[in-house]
Design a protein around this ligand. Structure first.
Ligand code: SF4
Length: 240
C-alpha cells in the first residue's frame, strides 16, 4: 500500500536558500509537517505540529509536484527527516529521483547515507543561542562541498556563536557556511513605516554592520550570504 505522509504545503517560487543549484533558482517547495524543535524565531510555526499537515500518499504528492513542471525540488519543513521512511520513498520515485533535489534539515537528526545520496545538496541548520535549540555539530563533518551549514542570525550573540563555530569546524567539513539574517530583518525592508529598511540597515543591532564585518573579516573562505527570497516574494506567508 502507498505510504502516507504529512505534508504542510507545496508551492512554486524562487529558492531563497543557498544550494548547489544556485539561490534564486526556480523550484517547487515541499514543506513537510512536524518538527522536533521549537525555535523562538521560527517563521513557519504553523508547520511544527505533525497534524498540521494533510495526509498525502506518495503518488498524490508526485502529482502535486508535477503541476509545477519537472524542475528543481526543495524539500523543507518542519523537519523532513522525522518522516524519513516516506521521504526516502518519495525521493526514490522514478518521477522524482532524476531531478535536482535539495533538502533542508534542522541539524538535530543525523542524515543516513542512503538518503544523503538522494539529494544534490543538503542545507543543514546550526542553531544559534537565540533559537533555544541545540544542533549536533558532528553532522557537519559528514557534509560535502555541495552542502551548506546555515546560521539564522537574530542578534549579535548569534553572530559571535556562528563565527566561533566556523573557526572551530572549518577544517573538519567541506560544506559552505551560509549566514542568513532572521526573517524579521527582511520584513523591515518591506515595512512602509521604516522606509530606510530600519532593522536591516540602522537598528541598534545592525545586520548590515554584521554583514560588512563578514565581508571584511570572514572567518572562512567558504562563506555565503543567505537571503530567503521566497519569503520576501510571498509576503512572509507561513505556508511559503
Ligand atoms: S527547526 Fe525550522 S521548522 Fe522547526 S521550529 Fe526551528 S525554524 Fe521552525
Amino acid at each position: 500500500m502507498d505510504k502516507r505522509m504529512k505534508i504542510f504545503s507545496v508551492f512554486h517560487s524562487f529558492d531563497g536558500e543557498c544550494n548547489y543549484c544556485g539561490q534564486g533558482h526556480l523550484t517547487t517547495f515541499v514543506r513537510f509537517a512536524g518538527c522536533n524543535s521549537k525555535c523562538t524565531f521560527c517563521d513557519t510555526k504553523k508547520a511544527i505540529p505533525l497534524d498540521s499537515g494533510k495526509e498525502t500518499t506518495i503518488d498524490e504528492l508526485v502529482a502535486q509536484v508535477e503541476q509545477f513542471g519537472k524542475g528543481k525540488l526543495t524539500i523543507t519543513g518542519g523537519e523532513p527527516l522525522l518522516q524519513i521512511e516516506e521521504l526516502t520513498k518519495f525521493l526514490s520515485h522514478p518521477m522524482i529521483s532524476y531531478r535536482d533535489i535539495t533538502v533542508e534539515t534542522n541539524g538535530t537528526i543525523p542524515i543516513p547515507n542512503e538518503i544523503y545520496q538522494k539529494a544534490k545538496s543538503w542545507i543543514v541548520d546550526c542553531k544559534p543561542p537565540s533559537s533555544g535549540v541545540q544542533s549536533d555539530p558532528t553532522i557537519f563533518e559528514f557534509l560535502g562541498p555541495a552542502d551548506y551549514i546555515k546560521f539564522v542570525i537574530f542578534d549579535e550573540e548569534d553572530y559571535k556563536f556562528a563565527v566561533d563555530i566556523v573557526k572551530k569546524y572549518d577544517h573538519l567539513t567541506w560544506a559552505i557556511w551560509a549566514f542568513s539574517p532572521a526573517v524579521k530583518y527582511l520584513r523591515n525592508i518591506y515595512n512602509p513605516y521604516f522606509p530606510t529598511g530600519r532593522g536591516f540597515f540602522d537598528s541598534e543591532f545592525s545586520i548590515l554592520k554584521i554583514l560588512t564585518n563578514l565581508l571584511t573579516n570572514p572567518p572562512s573562505e567558504r562563506i555565503v550570504l543567505n537571503l530567503q527570497l521566497h519569503k520576501l516574494i510571498s509576503g512572509f506567508k507561513e505556508e511559503e
